[in-house]
Ligand binder design. Structure first.
Ligand SMILES: C[S@@+](CC[C@H](N)C(=O)[O-])C[C@H]1O[C@@H](n2cnc3c(N)ncnc32)[C@H](O)[C@@H]1O
Length: 215
């Protein structure tokens, strides 16, 4: 039997989950609104979310920054089905363009008719991508000059009691989520190698890490 592709794996996880995704994730994907508040794209700027899921973040961001254009990429057709419905429901079809592709290999010119983005962000998706370093490198390569890559994802739960930390990690594994050990240092090293500046913050006692890489 052939191994499932990354897209098939995400479709299997989200085919049913997508219907309760926004209602449930608001309680534990912490820091997403903080990331959106920090984006501050220039007027007319293009903003791409990699691993956009149901488009919850794109819709919030498009409302907050009415002068920017938005693009969303996801590998899961199931998630994109929910995203398209939500974007239409909010009357944002003219401002949010969605496309299917892999974070490690997508071609923005073919998918979105663009060569670069003023802002790119990745929210709680790197921890679901086994080759996440390739996704970060590919995202950095799509930044326009002066552009920024914002990232939020699970941290190391450093200030949590050991039992709670283990329970949290086991629960996340049920959803194929594997927090990246040493994420902050590893991403900073990738950014520095590519000549980007780095700012990072650990939030909520190590629950999340938020980073901004600037070209
Ligand atoms: C936990 S959800 C996060 C969704 C959204 N960013 C949010 O903050 O609510 C992770 C998303 O990453 C997508 N994803 C996983 N692997 C991917 C890959 N290799 N390329 C693109 N998207 C991917 C999944 O399909 C899913 O929609």
């Amino acid at each position: 039997m052939q191994a499932a592709t990354a897209g098939e794996k995400m479709d299997a996880i989200y085919r049913r989950q997508r219907h309760i995704y926004d209602a449930t994730r608001r309680y534990y994907l912490l820091g997403r609104d903080r990331l959106i508040a920090s984006l501050k794209p220039p007027a007319g700027g293009a903003v791409l979310e990699i691993g956009c899921g149901t488009a919850r973040n794109l819709i919030q961001a498009a409302k907050r920054y009415p002068d920017a254009r938005f693009f969303g990429l996801d590998i899961s057709e199931a998630m994109l089905t929910s995203a398209r419905t939500a974007v239409s429901r909010h009357g944002l079809r003219a401002r949010i363009v969605l496309g299917q592709g892999d974070a490690t290999a997508f071609q923005p010119a073919a998918l979105f008719g663009r060569d670069g983005f003023e802002r790119i962000y990745i929210s709680y998706s790197l921890s679901m991508i086994p080759v996440w370093e390739d996704a970060v490198r590919h995202a950095m390569a799509q930044l326009a000059p002066g552009g920024e890559l914002h990232i939020v994802d699970f941290g190391d739960f450093a200030r949590y009691p050991a039992l709670l930390r283990r329970a949290q990690l086991a629960w996340l594994r049920r959803f194929s989520v594997v927090p990246i050990p040493g994420m902050q240092e590893k991403i900073a090293a990738l950014a520095e190698k590519a000549g980007l500046s780095v700012a990072a913050e650990s939030l909520y006692g190590g629950y999340s890490i938020q980073m901004c890489l600037r070209r």
